[in-house]
Design a protein around this ligand. Structure first.
Ligand code: GCU
Length: 685
């Protein structure tokens, strides 16, 4: 049981004597020259990790000691010139940076871990532990590391009744029965996991803020929020809360929440002051407003900028931020109205407001224009708002990608979003240079994601879904890391270094996104899942509903016409040449064909296959690929502890059942719609 719980912080005992010989001299003792709760966390983690891996409890000096083998401190507290380092280097680095360097002093091997601040020390400590866990040499370390993204936040969608919206790993670790849980140890372990991959902020309640959670910003719960924030703080993580836009009415006894009302402005200012009296480094508010029936400024005829700025103004004196979500669309759509297109909504709502937000507002934009589908293009808002801070939102929780029953390693997908060239400022205007703030010099920028953890013993339901949690942190720390590199690190830290185990699991992870796509919605069209819970196939589940999630399949063809000439004009929201490429049936990449175009079933893809044959082929293939995943996993029987082996084996059986259902429902549906048979005469019901 213990094994799944520790995730990638296993710190398994090293048995190879050569490795022990290399690592041990570096790990005998540890001296720290700077003290703070964050430094204490770093020291505790290093000491525990070393003890567990090398069976040696390091001696700890809470002052500078020349005898120590690990010397740890901030750049201001260490005599840098003794180690051929200069403070110039650190002046250029951001606060979370660090240097890891192996040195030999008077015949003794040492490791120098110097942070720009205590946060840098903590990240450096986890880096060092990771190197040992993945059996890298530490003999000639000479590393300078800085996170590329400033805000690296995880959003919990936890409700206080203990449920987790779109949670697939048990219940909340934070709440139970409309109270905070008492298990602060688990929250500490969560903080360790988050910090180990560089996450520096967390919002601890669902973006849909219901009645009870509206009270999180009152004296009823703030003392509890404070306790949680204290834990996160000692791991370098700032705490934020999602708020209800109608709070002034619901808990403030006002008759309005109009952002331009003076009473409302005053109320927020006092509320924020109160929050900071409990949590001096409180991060700020996450806001889902005028979205899916949640209250917002629209009720008062105010726009989003007016809506966000009242909060921003209140938070400004404390350096707090407003994370304003752009998931705003008409969810009561009429399918006949072909001018309304959900994909257009975020851009249409927010682009005209560029420059109107205060500079401590940051817009949180979902990666794609719809909603975390297995395949959808990048949101055209990225690059379109030069004067407004932006941050990208991913979903680590696998709402639409198999719900942590099916295997779907999402790092390759996230990389595609990061690497996408928006052409906003000509060639090379990649999304990653927008969200890291460098392209437009945003004051605040970064990446957010919906968490996939719960109180299941292994945190993520499917043990292999831990790779998405790990990968999210690692990738947003350094978007240049490869999906394979991240997968390998994760497998080694989580399952050990047996080459068969490493290669097998890594291969399964890397193939999994494409496999999931093969047996689900084809060619970028998305949806086709069961309404409400969003697992399993239901081709027309949303087709006759009001959510704006159509595929428009009929007897002649399939896909959504989003072209300028005959469709919704969505393609025009991109910069040239992307706009023209997507708009053209000829040039549109096949992977997004049905997202942008409505085509006959006989339309030929670039491969020469027809659309209908592609649908059949990928759906038959997807099931075979899942069977192959099962065979690959079974080869690891006996090489992995029973708990984790069986956990994944069981999930793979569920995945197979799901894939078979998808294959059969999709194939039957399109066979009956099109009347065109499979050219290989396979069974279609
Ligand atoms: C999706 C999801 C909802 C969630 C919403 C959001 O629509 O299904 O559960 O509330 O996204 O991001 O706000």
């Amino acid at each position: 049981l213990e094994k799944g719980y520790s995730c990638w912080l296993q710190y398994n005992k090293i048995t190879d004597s050569k490795l022990i010989e290399e690592y041990l001299p570096y790990c005998l003792s540890l001296s720290f020259t700077e003290d703070s709760p964050i430094v204490r966390s770093a020291v505790e983690e290093l000491a525990d990790g070393v003890k567990s891996m090398l069976d040696k409890e390091p001696t700890i000096y809470n002052y500078f000691s020349n005898d120590a083998s690990i010397i740890l401190g901030t750049y201001e507290s260490i005599n840098l010139s003794d180690y051929e380092l200069s403070s110039d280097l650190f002046e250029k680095l951001n606060d979370e940076s660090y240097v890891l360097k192996s040195v030999n002093k008077e015949g003794n091997n040492k490791i120098l871990l110097v942070g720009k601040s205590d946060k840098g020390i903590l990240y450096g400590a986890y880096h060092l532990l990771r190197l040992i866990q993945t059996r890298k040499s530490v003999n000639s370390l000479d590393l300078v590391e800085s996170p590329r993204n400033q805000i690296r936040i995880i959003n919990q969608w936890d409700n206080m009744d203990g449920s987790v919206e779109r949670g697939y790993s048990g219940n909340s670790i934070f709440y139970d029965n409309n109270q905070f849980t008492n298990d602060l140890y688990r929250i500490k372990d969560y903080a360790r996991l988050l910090a180990s991959v560089g996450i520096n902020a967390i919002s601890i309640n669902n973006v849909n803020v219901w009645e009870i959670e509206t009270n999180l910003i009152t004296s009823k719960f703030l003392p509890e929020v404070q306790k949680v924030a204290d834990i996160f703080r000692s791991y370098g993580i700032q705490t934020l809360l999602s708020i209800n836009y109608a709070s002034p009415i619901e808990i403030g006894n006002l008759t309005t929440a109009d952002p331009l009302d003076e009473g409302v402005q005053q109320w927020w200012a006092e509320k924020v002051k109160e929050i900071y009296s409990y949590i001096p480094d409180f991060g700020g508010f996450v806001v889902k407003a005028d979205s899916e029936h949640r209250p917002g400024p629209f009720s008062y005829d105010r726009d989003h900028a007016e809506g966000a700025n009242v909060l921003a103004k209140a938070l400004q004196p404390y350096n707090g931020i407003v994370v304003w979500r752009c998931f705003v669309y008409n969810c009561l759509q009429d399918w006949r109205d072909r001018t309304t297109d959900r994909a257009r909504a975020a851009y249409d709502n927010f682009k005209p407001l560029d420059g109107k937000f205060l500079d401590n507002v940051i817009l949180q934009v979902k990666n794609g224009p719809m909603d975390f589908q297995v395949k959808e293009p990048v949101s055209p808002l990225f690059g379109a708002m030069e004067k407004t801070n932006q941050m990208m939102e991913f979903q680590v929780a696998q709402e639409y990608t198999g719900q942590q029953k099916d295997l779907c390693y999402l790092v390759p997908q996230w990389k595609e979003y990061f690497d996408f060239d928006t052409h906003a400022k000509g060639e090379g205007s990649t999304v990653k240079t927008i969200v890291d703030g460098s392209m437009y010099n945003y004051r605040y920028s970064g990446v957010a994601a919906v968490s996939n953890i719960g109180n299941d013993i292994n945190w993520t339901g499917n043990t292999l879904a831990q790779a998405n949690f790990y990968g999210y942190g690692r990738l947003i720390w350094d978007p240049e890391l490869g999906a394979e590199e991240i997968a390998e690190e994760w497998v080694q830290s989580t399952f050990g270094n047996d080459p068969l185990v490493v290669e097998t699991i890594k291969g399964m992870l890397l193939d999994s996104w494409n496999i999931y796509e093969n047996y689900t919605a084809p060619l970028g069209v998305g949806w086709m899942i069961n309404p409400s819970h969003h697992y399993g196939p239901n081709v027309d589940g949303y087709e006759y509903d009001v959510w704006g999630t159509y595929h428009f399949s009929d007897r002649d063809g399939v896909g959504v016409d989003r072209t300028v000439e005959t469709g919704t004009g969505y393609t025009n929201q991109y910069f040239s040449p992307n706009a023209e490429i997507y708009n053209s049936l000829e040039n549109c990449p096949d992977e997004f064909l049905l997202f942008y175009h409505h085509v006959p079933y006989t339309h030929q893809l670039k491969s020469g296959e027809t659309v209908i044959q592609y649908i059949y082929n990928t759906h038959f293939k997807g099931v075979e690929q899942v069977k192959d995943l099962i065979d690959r996993w079974n080869k690891l029987d006996g090489k992995i502890d029973d708990y984790r082996f069986n956990n994944v084996a069981e999930r793979l059986q569920l995945q197979l059942k799901n894939a078979v259902e998808w294959r059969d429902k999709i194939n039957t549906y399109y066979f009956r719609k099109s009347g065109i048979s499979d050219d290989q005469n396979r069974t279609i019901y």
